[in-house]
Design a protein around this ligand. Structure first.
Ligand code: AMP
Length: 976
């Protein structure tokens, strides 16, 4: 009867199959009820001529069908959530000639958890329904003629946690169905190695949003750096690796494992990523060496790092000369020919006839001399001395072969004299005088060029200069040194926008002179270019002038957002702090996306983030909620957007652009960026957590539950956020209730800063499917004119969404019909219970001529006015008109509906008449205001004192209630 197109059986690696009817040899023999005339097992051949077993039923002509088919018992093997993939064909009732209303096009799927397989009969009452299954495509006569049928594939999932296994059942209620195959599986996160930790094959959790925390174990020859953890997501994907292991010394990471270093290589310190070749004059003879041994005759000092070549003691100093002046002598020599591969050479003086060091004076000292000169004074007159100069370095100690090489001189002193004593004294200070004139040249974000003059008194040949620099805030607790033989240096690797101090000193053979006084300089905030321009300006004007100059440029060219604009904008920020200077910088003008994101967003260490559960799906991956603890701050709840595992460079860039944009904003009605994780995977964006999620879903969930004042409060928050964005010259382009997030105080914040990019990328395609037609102004749809006024149009649509509790704008009209209706002048009618003035504001936002639309400042003022005088301004329209009427409404004034009639009756002690009044149609508090004595008598409220109480108190209670609402409004809702 049926021919089936089947695919080869290849299962995804993260699915474990519990049952696949296609792989069961022989008949299935499932239990059926009734045993005759219901489901029937039929063997057919698939397109490869492989027999498969199907179940079929087709009692479409008979009424009241209930045909059950039950699988054998399926052990769940540790699964907590199972998936049932059903491939089936279903006859379209219309294609069956002569069928009556008895024909159905669905069947029901059931399950029953059980510990054993002893059920012989189908006990229908034990089974719980999973779902009603309908076909996506039912086949037709034409398809049968071609002998090709459309196979439906439907997957359902259900939690199974209470018993060792379960049965599945299929209930037919009068359809013509063939169950071609049934596959039951569960999802696992397959065994994997991340950051050198092995994570075992792990079953996913019981719920669709579960994240199962799994601890990894370090691979062989590695040890824990930080507890390795990952989360197994419900779809069988591993998420958010935290921590990890590092290879032991002597091993290096290769393809997720630790491999021993080869002979001739070593890995001596854990900070080295990989094994390195043995340094010169050393070797390793075995694999896995943690250190290379020195070759014979070469040594390492205790403080030498293992990466340093092995070295030798120096050879002897050379060319010792002496100059005797009465009872002093100046000894000078040259450095040894061989320094042994080290720079820590020092000299000491041995004096054969000095009779102890207390008798003579060595200047600057007798041993540990760095310079090749010493003065010895207070010698005895007319005495013969022999001086020996010994050269030593870090490996001289204990290595007799190299023990201080020496050179000697024998000399005879003359008469004592003061002049020569002075000579020696000045020799002790013969190092160069300090460098005095340092100048800064080009300044960039990360560097500065310095130049200086030779010291006034070099006192010898200057061998090199040393530049010392450090962050001003850190004082000298941490500094860096750069050496150069010339009188200039390009310092790089500095942090942007940071004040540094620079000092320079010179070195001669006599040693280092003193450091110059510190030169203070701040690195730049803009991008690395236009340095010449900057230097010239800096030379001519003060910092304030430059800030002002840049400000003018940036205001004038703010829409161009060129290189220059972003430089100027950033520079302006550096020097002044007035609010109105904030102009949005497009992150896509940066060549390096990481530079942009780090300009505007803080890098967060992934270990500070604790993920709790999945709360949504974004364009680039899952959105989770969790907690963030930063040093010195209290823990906060955050939302974590992660970039899915396999991403292209473009996707990463687009994903992070949202953070670069968000990071530039700081407003209570704009979602706040906490930071980003870019240095490890997955890449994440961390924002404040909004407990009530997106506004459209939130309103749909709470249909009719808010007062008009509360709804207007939400609209005010959104308008305030949008005013801030338009003041920053940022055009949102995708303002819609789904892109507004709501927190637990009902504060609304604008989010989703991704779309502007997508539209920019595609300048040709004005009708790109990415344009949210229903929310977009006609000029933006027609010729991509996105401006603050097109955002105003979208804001009008958001107003309509809010006032209609998340109704879809233009209901089920097609996009083309919406465009046509708008073009013909039709506009959305007021939602039910929407005050006239709010609908009027929507109509203002939907003016065809964009310059006639109000600005966000005007919208905000208008809403504030409404909130201040709710009873006179927030009147209700007859917004319950038919949905098809798109003409602008004619509104009749009615009183605001801010509270329920029930609440109002309770407040005045008349709760007992709730049902009576509701049945008579008095359902809203304002309807109570229209009651008369006569009305009340006619519906059965006959006690005169009760009638009086209702008439006297309702209005008073309503007004005082409005007053209270105004006083209790959260900050963002209070008019400023
Ligand atoms: P998005 O990628 O921004 O569209 O986010 C997808 C979904 O995740 C949204 O529709 C929200 O339901 C949820 N979501 C995103 N950001 C947050 C947040 N900061 N707080 C709470 N839920 C959020």
């Amino acid at each position: 009867m049926f021919t089936v197109i089947s695919a080869a059986r290849v299962y995804p690696p993260n699915e474990e199959t519990l049952l696949d009817t296609r792989t069961v040899p022989g008949e299935l023999k499932w239990a059926a009820s009734p045993t005759e005339g219901g489901w029937e097992e039929v063997s057919i051949m698939d397109e490869k001529n492989v027999p498969i077993r199907t179940y079929q039923v087709c009692n479409v002509m008979e009424p009241s069908q209930s045909n059950w088919l039950r699988t054998d018992w399926i052990p769940r093997s540790g699964a907590q959530r199972i998936y049932v993939e059903i491939k089936f064909t279903l006859r379209d009732c219309n294609s069956l000639p002569g069928v009556t209303g008895t024909c159905k096009e669905t069947f029901n799927l059931y399950y029953y958890e059980s510990n054993n397989d002893r059920e012989h009969y189908i006990r229908e009452s034990n089974f719980l329904k999973i779902d009603t299954v309908a076909a996506d495509e039912s086949f037709t006569q034409v398809d049968i003629g071609d002998r090709i049928m459309k196979l439906n594939t439907e997957v359902r999932d259900v939690k199974v946690t209470t018993r060792k296994g379960f049965y599945l059942a299929f209930q037919d209620v009068g359809a013509c169905i063939a169950l071609v195959s049934v596959r039951v599986f569960y999802k696992t996160c397959p065994l994997t190695v991340r950051n050198l930790a092995t994570f075992p094959d792990t079953n996913t959790g019981a719920d669709t949003s579960s994240l199962v925390e799994v601890r990894g174990s370090c691979v062989n020859q590695s040890e824990e750096r930080e507890e390795p953890k990952m989360y197994c997501g419900a779809d069988g994907e591993w998420l958010v690796p935290i921590g990890g292991c590092v290879c032991n010394l002597g091993y290096e990471e290769k393809s997720g494992a630790c491999q021993a270093c080869k002979v001739g290589f070593n890995r001596a310190v854990s900070t080295d990523g990989a094994c390195s070749k043995c340094p010169p004059h050393s070797h390793s003879e075995k694999e896995g060496a943690t250190v290379c041994d020195c070759n014979q005759g070469y040594y390492r000092s205790e403080s030498d790092p293992a990466s340093m070549p092995c070295t030798q003691p120096p050879s002897a100093p050379q060319q010792l000369i002496s100059e005797v002046n009465e009872t002093s002598v100046v000894l000078e020599w040259s450095a040894p020919l061989k320094l042994g591969g080290r720079s820590d050479i020092s000299y000491s003086v041995d004096c054969l006839l000095c009779h102890g060091p207390e008798n003579v004076l060595f200047s600057p000292q007798q041993s540990g001399l760095r310079a090749t000169r010493v003065c010895v004074s207070e010698l005895q007159a007319h005495t013969r001395y022999t001086f020996t100069i010994l050269a030593r370095n870090g490996v001289s100690q204990g290595h007799s072969a190299g023990a201080g090489q020496s050179v000697s001189v024998t000399l005879t002193t003359n008469q004592a004299g003061e002049f020569f004593f002075n000579l020696c004294t000045s020799l002790t200070h013969s190092a160069p005088s300090p460098v005095t004139s340092i100048q800064a040249g080009d300044v960039t974000r990360h560097g500065v060029s310095l130049a200086w003059q030779q010291p006034d008194r070099p006192n010898g040949v200057i061998l090199e200069y040393e530049v010392k620099y450090y962050e001003k805030d850190q004082k000298e607790s941490s500094y860096r040194i750069m050496k150069t033989a010339s009188r200039s240096a390009d310092i790089t690797g500095l942090s942007p926008l940071t004040v540094y101090l620079f000092q320079v000193r010179a070195r001669t053979a006599a040693g280092y002179g003193e450091f110059s006084g510190p030169l203070e300089f701040s690195t730049n905030s803009g991008r690395t270019h236009s340095n010449v321009f900057y230097s010239i300006l800096f030379g001519c004007f003060g910092a304030r002038d430059i800030a002002f100059f840049f400000f003018i440029i940036s205001r004038r060219y703010k829409h161009a957002q060129t290189h220059m604009a972003s430089e100027t904008q950033a520079t302006a920020k550096t020097h002044t702090h007035t609010d109105h200077l904030g102009i949005y910088v497009d992150p896509f003008t940066y060549e390096d996306p990481d530079q942009a994101v780090h300009e505007f967003a803080k890098e967060i260490d992934a270990s500070n983030i604790h993920i709790e559960k999945v709360i949504g799906i974004g364009e680039f991956g899952e959105v989770c909620s969790g907690r963030l603890r930063l040093q010195g701050k209290r823990e906060i709840y955050v939302a974590i957007k992660s970039l899915k595992a396999a991403y292209s460079d473009k996707q990463r860039r687009d994903f992070l652009s949202e953070a670069s944009i968000m990071g530039q904003f700081d407003h209570p009605n704009i979602i706040r960026l906490e930071g980003v994780v870019t240095r490890c995977k997955p890449v994440m964006i961390i924002t404040e957590y909004m407990e009530n999620g997106s506004l459209d879903t939130f309103l749909r969930k709470h249909d009719g539950q808010f007062t008009v004042i509360q709804l207007v409060g939400m609209l005010r928050g959104i308008a305030s956020g949008m005013k801030y964005l338009s003041d920053m010259s940022y055009v949102h382009r995708d303002l819609a209730a789904r892109n507004i997030l709501v927190n637990s105080n009902l504060v609304c914040k604008v989010s989703d800063f991704g779309l502007s990019r997508v539209l920019q990328e595609d300048p040709e395609n004005a009708y790109t499917t990415r344009i949210p037609i229903r929310w977009t102004s006609p000029e933006a749809i027609a010729y991509r004119k996105f401006t603050p006024s097109s955002d105003t149009w979208s804001y009008g649509v958001v107003m309509w969404e809010v006032m209609s509790y998340g109704e879809r704008p233009y209901w089920d009209m097609s996009n083309q019909d919406v465009i046509k209706a708008i073009d013909e002048g039709y506009r959305l009618p007021p939602p039910m219970d929407c005050p006239v003035c709010l609908h009027q504001l929507m109509l203002d936002c939907w003016q065809t001529e964009r310059t006639h639309r109000p600005s966000f400042t005007q919208i905000l003022n208008m809403l504030d006015k409404l909130i201040r005088n709710p009873t006179t301004t927030l009147r209700r329209t007859g917004g319950d008109r038919p949905v098809s009427s798109l003409l602008e409404p004619v509104a009749g004034p009615e009183f605001v509906s801010v509270w329920s009639a029930e609440d109002c009756l309770q407040a005045i002690g008349m709760g007992m008449y709730r049902d009576t009044l509701t049945t008579a149609g008095y359902t809203s508090p304002d309807s109570l205001l229209t009651l008369t004595h006569q009305d009340m008598t006619s519906i059965g409220i006959i006690t005169p004192s009760h009638q009086d109480q209702i008439l006297a108190s309702v209005q008073q209670v309503l007004l005082s209630h409005m007053q209270q609402i105004q006083e209790q409004m959260p900050d963002s809702m209070v008019p400023v």
